[in-house]
Design a protein around this ligand. Sequence first.
Ligand code: ATP
Ligand code: MG
Ligand code: MG
Ligand code: MG
Length: 569
Amino acid sequence: MRASRFFISTLKEAPSDAEIVSHKLMMRAGMIKRLGSGIYTYMPMGLRVIRKVEAIVREEMNAAGAVELLMPLVQPAELWQETGRWDKMGPELLRLKDRHGREFAFQPTSEEVITDVVRSEIKSYRGLPINFYHIQTKFRDERRPRFGLMRGREFTMKDAYSFDRDVAGMQQSYQIMYDAYTRIFNRFGLKFRAVAADNGAIGGSGSHEFHVIASTGEDALVYCPTSDYAANMEAAEAPSLLASRAAPSQPLEKVSTPQMAKCEQVAEFLKLPLAQTVKSIALTVEKEEGAKEYWLLLIRGDHELNEVKVNKVEGLGAFRFSTEAEILEAYGTVPGYLGPVNTKLPVRVVADRTVANMADFVCGANDKDYHYLGANWGRDCAEPQVADLRNVVEGDASPDGQGVLAIERGIEVGHVFQLGTRYSQDMNCVYLDENQHPVPMQMGCYGIGITRILGAAIEQNFDDKGIIWPTSIAPFEIVLCPMGYDRSETVKAETDKLYEALLAAGVDAIVDDRGLRPGAMFADWELIGVPHRVVIGERGLKDGNLEYQGRRDAEAQQVPVAGMVSFIK
Ligand code: ATP
Ligand code: MG
Ligand code: MG
Ligand code: MG
């Protein structure tokens, strides 16, 4: 590639809405351009990285025996109704109507469509196992799109779906994907950790998330440095919650359907199991200037408020009210803002109440407690900050008894999941076994956030000059910076020669022939994050040398012209 024929657009300053480093640097490096909230144009420089990420994912998926297809963006509502997700998904699902008034979803994921494909295409046990995948645009109307590509509304995901005859087969397919993911994230050159994730209704240990380790990550990961134990915070907490799950004081079935749906929504919002025993406490927080804040705090049923300490908060969620009257009157209401309570300030308990489970909390014992639940949950809410209001803390004993727990933060870049017959039952996706008996297929699903990888990679690899891409996903592996490409015949000839030789050796190189001053030229490539740079100048060439500098190197070094390609390779 020649820079004069490519499109490079760098900025000195990041736009003010960019909060975290990856978002700032991607904007400054001209990788993405914002079109609307959570919606970005992938600019040529950014698209090159996306294509490299996709290529690695595709190679490893194919090598693991998965078969690529491509499912539509726009999917008929009827399919989503078959699994009940049309009603269950809530506002995150973007719904559309065509000119005939028929309803459609813009896919946030594709379980329904792939199950529809498989139920009509595969009739016999002979067609199994099979794993289909695609790399496709997704739309999720996220409550709070932010951080650029990290939490977009429109984004690209690789999603794969396996179909097996039985549970053992599903587990084998799952393991194959787990191993493929390990290879993929190793090839990206990123520091990552696979952690057990809670898979709710399905139970068992059939779900893992792959996280890129970064201090800015939204998720807290619990692991034991002296053993293999690793789980996300929700899954790490799950064992201590099992008791309350097993014996809810009031059977959840008693709750009527619309209320139950609301409970599930609230539980999902708080990332809590439905049967979690919670204590709700209304508080007044008195601020220094005499101003007051009113909060409803949820804490675990077996904890006391005085256990809520800075850095060891035992709460599950906190909701802020605007007036004291509101918190007293509508005790139990949830007005939208969610975040940690600053417990350094004086706190006065207004009232407290223990409820047997989430369902009780949401539905309450009387109408007053839930009349407001027509309220719009999504609007202006921050993400639940359960990671900061947690039950498991550093130094707790590891559940495997092999040491003590440590906590670090991660960015969820992949998720593998054993689904069982969750979708195949509802959609009648069955195969005929050897005795011609219909059996529902056992499914798994496997996602990788292709575009989120870019943000995650940068959060882990940057300095004050800009991005430092791992070579495998860099937009270009090497940039050639000629000093006077248009002025010096020798420089031009040597640059072109090296460029051709690099291409021939399979190195993705770009020549910066834009005629910029060296300082501006170097600053651009440091910002963009190309891992290798070679400067071609008359002075060095006199001694038969080129000047090489790796993106992380403090100093440049002289490398003989003849040896440059093998030096890079
Ligand atoms: P999160 O917890 O971050 O909301 P998720 O658990 O909802 O993610 P999955 O349904 O597991 O996401 O989707 C698979 C992968 O898609 C995730 O692991 C993540 O890498 C990616 N992903 C999900 N939501 C987004 C988004 N809004 N923007 C970019 N990538 C996303
Ligand atoms: Mg999500
Ligand atoms: Mg998640
Ligand atoms: Mg997930």
